[in-house]
Design a protein around this ligand. Structure first.
Ligand code: PRX
Length: 647
């Protein structure tokens, strides 16, 4: 039985909402959804006020989602310019380098100047409203500046995580037909150099990349890099030639703000498209209430801007709220396992938002690296990206937060734009492992496999019954895929792909993906993507990939590989396949375990029975269920005998 903490007793009484406040606001948000979102939209400044709030249909044949759609605004203006009147000299971004000796504070005035110059550089390179610009950046201030500069001129950014391979980068440049890529000479993480520009060169050489015209390069480490004089431009050289004045483009609320690629259960990654008005309202509002953000608080989200968490909760949400947002270039355990907490002390961080995988990795190092730091500035802790196991939750609460800081376990997705289910500090009783309650306007439901809604305490598929402003609008270039992926399984509702349990108090517990998507260290990875990378290897005939429980990563990647006839299995080949996947997709997709499978368990119609593969990978083969529909039941015994994960 988990402990339940009544946080009302533990946090200062001045949180933005208490329990009754949350309940009243939630009730209003559902009873008069349009009225609620009309009022909340005042969290951003509009150029032309909207008169229409919501136009949504979740029906498959007429799927459309529009919010505030006759209003106009500019996201960059909201994150930067509008703060100049009252907080020009306040810090906007604290940057903490990989090297603990390096940091930087950027005020709103400086941010404005940097963003304007950057935007003028983009214009000089030929960027126009509506262009798709790919960012492949390290965690340096220029990453945020580049995103805001795109938003300023109405270009659509597509940030690709710097850990993705050149091939993966090429696929994303190709899919959204980017004309410009912004990168740095190298990135730095845990004292390791990441050759970003070299990867861009390799991606650009890919035959599928036909639209790329310009590469804008930030000088970061000063490394020697290859240079294509017709295509490549240094940011610092171009910035010297432009001025500080760049007007904001007036954007319709439904104009795209960004594309972010994410893995699904089938095929190549999808370009999740978010638009301007609704996204910004939702990111700002959720940032304010979930993190109980008050002026002057130092807020730190440890994510990378390559993921949606970095978009909504390092850049857009906090900056729209005029917050102090900390950007960290490094990793949790460099130079030591105390680093996170040293950063908290150094910058007097009040709110720290990180991922369970980081918490578990640090927990393994024991309490001493935490206890040697003060952490007295911390007031609130957050978790995101994967289910947090109660043991990690307890450690985070007792050891890191000294039993003083509530933990907000925030459930959401790239598709949702912002947090949908989370406790609010001071308002919600916490339960280790539960994301607890829906935020304003969010109507979660649990349905069985037939789509029948389950009432009361129940477990099943998590769906959302009505739209919210931060919801994705489409899959870039493939609206049908949007419809089929999210609105076909349970007609009339948004299907999250997650399973969930609702307890008798009405609190939600996310149980993990119910589709073929893995969550490895909080990173989403489609089994189909890893499988197609494996079968692209000349010696691989067939591959099936499943997840299995992993102490640090949450889920590890377990691959069953059938080799081509005549190819001998060996440990060398195993390492080669791991290297191959790293090259094809990136290190985050590297299989943890590879089992040689002379054949895979298939039904008579040729469908791979993943249920069996999952059980064997979990070392839980005692209860394999019905195997009578297998074409060759004998296959299973071989898999069991040669399983790689034995506890
Ligand atoms: O399975 C859920 C898990 O992460 C998935 C979304 O991944 P992504 O789009 O990469 O976004 C991650 C950051 C928002 C979800 O479908 N997930 C995310 N947060 C939680 C979670 N699972 C359990 N608890 C969470 N707090």
């Amino acid at each position: 039985m988990s402990t339940i903490y009544d946080v009302k007793a533990e946090v200062a009484a001045d949180t933005l909402l208490d329990k009754a406040g949350y309940e009243a606001m939630y009730r209003d948000s559902v009873a008069d959804n349009e009225g609620f979102w009309k009022k909340q939209a005042a969290i951003v400044d509009w150029i032309k006020p909207f008169s229409k709030v919501k136009d949504v249909s979740f029906a498959r044949e007429d799927l459309h989602i529009r919010w505030y759609y006759d209003g106009t605004l500019n996201a960059c203006y909201n994150c930067v310019d509008r703060h100049l009147a009252t907080k020009a000299d306040d810090v906007a971004i604290i940057w903490e380098g990989d090297d603990p000796q390096r940091d930087l504070k950027i005020t709103y005035r400086e941010l404005h100047k940097r963003v304007c110059r950057f935007a003028n550089v983009l214009k000089k390179l030929g960027a126009k409203k509506g262009d798709r610009i790919t960012l492949y950046m390290p965690m340096i201030p220029e990453a945020a500046v580049a995103m805001l500069a795109c938003a300023r001129i109405g270009a659509v950014h597509s940030v690709v995580f710097g850990g993705f391979s050149p091939d993966a980068l090429a696929g994303r440049i190709h899919d959204c037909e980017s004309n410009i890529v912004i990168t740095a000479d190298e990135g730095l993480r845990g004292a390791k150099k990441i050759p970003l520009k070299a990867s861009v060169d390799a991606a650009a050489a890919h035959e599928s990349v036909t639209t790329l015209e310009k590469v804008l390069v930030v000088r970061n480490t000063g490394a020697d890099i290859e240079w294509d004089a017709g295509r490549d431009h240094w940011l610092h050289e171009m910035e010297a030639e432009v001025d500080d004045d760049c007007p904001c483009e007036e954007m319709s609320a439904e104009d795209p703000l960004f594309i972010l690629y994410t893995s699904g259960s089938t095929g190549k990654p999808k370009g999740v498209l978010h638009t301007t008005g609704g996204y910004l309202v939702y990111a700002a509002l959720t940032h304010k209430y979930v993190f109980d953000y008050k002026p002057g608080d130092v807020y730190w989200c440890t994510a990378d801007v390559g993921w949606v968490t970095g978009h909504s909760y390092i850049v857009y949400g906090p900056l729209a709220n005029g917050a102090i947002t900390l950007m960290f270039e490094g990793v949790p355990n460099y130079p030591s396992a105390s680093r996170f907490w040293e950063v908290c002390d150094k910058h007097q961080v009040n709110i720290c938002y990180t991922a369970p995988t980081a918490i578990r990795a640090l927990m393994r190092e024991g309490d001493a690296p935490v206890k040697k730091t003060s952490r007295a500035s911390l007031r609130l802790l957050g978790s995101v990206g994967e289910p947090i196991n109660p043991e990690a939750w307890e450690w985070y609460y007792h050891v890191v937060g000294d039993e003083r800081c509530p933990i907000v376990d925030t459930w959401w997705q790239t598709e949702t734009g912002g947090i949908l289910i989370s406790p609010l500090p001071g308002a919600t009783a916490l339960k280790p492992g539960s994301a607890t309650r829906p935020l304003f306007g969010i109507q979660p439901a649990i349905v069985d496999s037939e789509g029948v809604e389950l009432e009361g305490a129940a477990e099943g598929n998590l769906v959302i019954s009505d739209s919210w402003p931060g919801q994705m609008r489409t899959v870039y270039g493939d609206h049908q895929r949007f419809v089929d992926t999210y609105f076909a399984t349970f007609p009339g509702r948004y299907f999250t792909g997650d399973g969930a349990r609702r307890d008798k108090d009405g609190d939600y517990w996310i149980t993990g993906r119910v589709d073929d998507v893995l969550n490895v260290s909080g990173h989403r990875m489609g089994t189909a993507e890893v499988e197609s990378a494996l079968v692209a290897h000349p010696q691989v005939a067939e591959a099936a990939v499943v997840g299995y429980p992993h102490d640090i990563k949450g889920q590890g990647i377990y691959a069953y590989v059938t080799l081509m006839d005549g190819v001998a299995s060996s440990d060398d080949l195993r390492s080669e396949l791991v290297k191959w996947v790293r090259k094809e997709i990136g290190p985050i997709a590297a299989p943890d375990l590879i089992q040689w499978a002379p054949s895979l368990p298939k039904t008579r119609s040729g469908k791979i029975m993943r249920r069996i593969l999952r059980k064997v990978a979990e070392d839980e083969f005692g209860n394999l269920g019905d195997t009578s529909t297998l074409a060759d039941p004998g296959v299973v015994q071989d898999l069991i005998d040669n399983r790689m994960n034995r506890s």
